[in-house]
Design a binder for this molecule. Structure first.
Ligand code: ADP
Ligand code: ZN
Length: 211
């Protein structure tokens, strides 16, 4: 099964993708996490991506498409994957089709911009494994320490309020058109993001048809 999670930055799509990946035992693929690793390790792709990410812009399609293609060609992606943060442009969606990737379902997590701005400040991410947290809605067990590895849960540089607004704008301009793209293919299911993560989880599982 191949799934796509679609949603604005801070919509909680990464958190839901983690739940579904665990439940269905399919590989989560977050292009944001892969890119942050690439930046940290100063790879060629990382060096190309950094300035776009810091500004809240999209990394150029050719860079991200290359990264995604390499990742899903790995043996651990054989039984399916959940794409979190890809595609983000219609070009990227077309590239997926050209790769011959069959998408079963696209789950959109819909959250109003006002609510996103309000909660972005509390968001944290593990600097080692990429696991996501929120100081209020999904705190780590030990303050600032990742629950799943020995990494630290830190605030991302691009979660500053100014950058968040830029990222929301980019989302509405470039990524939101993907709703139509996948709705026309009959593959889109929309979940209204709830205040409580557990409530969104229930609705997400319902949309996918799992329990
Ligand atoms: P969020 O969903 O919170 O915005 P991500 O971790 O998915 O965060 O992405 C962080 C940044 O990485 C984006 O703002 C963008 O610069 C870059 N990025 C991630 N995925 C893509 C993609 N598919 N295409 C272009 N840029 C991407
Ligand atoms: Zn971790």
């Amino acid at each position: 099964m191949n799934l796509i999670f679609l949603g604005a930055p801070g919509s909680g799509k990464g958190t839901q993708a983690e739940f579904v990946s665990e439940k269905m035992n399919i590989l989560p693929v977050s292009t944001g996490n892969i890119l942050r690793d690439a930046v940290k390790n100063q790879t060629e792709a990382g060096l190309a991506a950094k300035k776009f990410m810091d500004a809240g812009d999209l990394v150029p399609d050719e860079v991200v498409i290359g990264i995604l293609k390499d990742r899903i060609a790995q043996p651990d992606a054989k039984n399916g994957f959940i794409l979190d943060g890809f595609p983000r442009t219609v070009e990227q969606a077309k590239a997926l089709e050209e790769m011959g990737v069959k998408i079963d379902l696209v789950v959109e997590i819909d959250v109003p911009d006002e609510r996103i701005c309000g909660r972005m400040g509390g968001r944290r991410v593990c600097d080692k494994c990429g696991a996501s947290y929120h100081i209020e809605y999904k705190p780590t067990k030990v303050e600032s320490k990742c629950d799943s590895c020995d990494g630290n849960a830190i605030q991302r540089a691009d979660d500053k309020p100014e950058t968040v607004l830029d990222r929301l704008k980019v989302y509405h301009e470039k990524t939101a058109p993907l709703r139509d793209f996948y709705a026309k293919l009959g593959k889109l299911k929309t979940v209204e993001g709830q205040i409580e993560i557990a409530d969104t989880k229930r609705l997400t599982f319902e949309a996918i048809g799992i329990q």
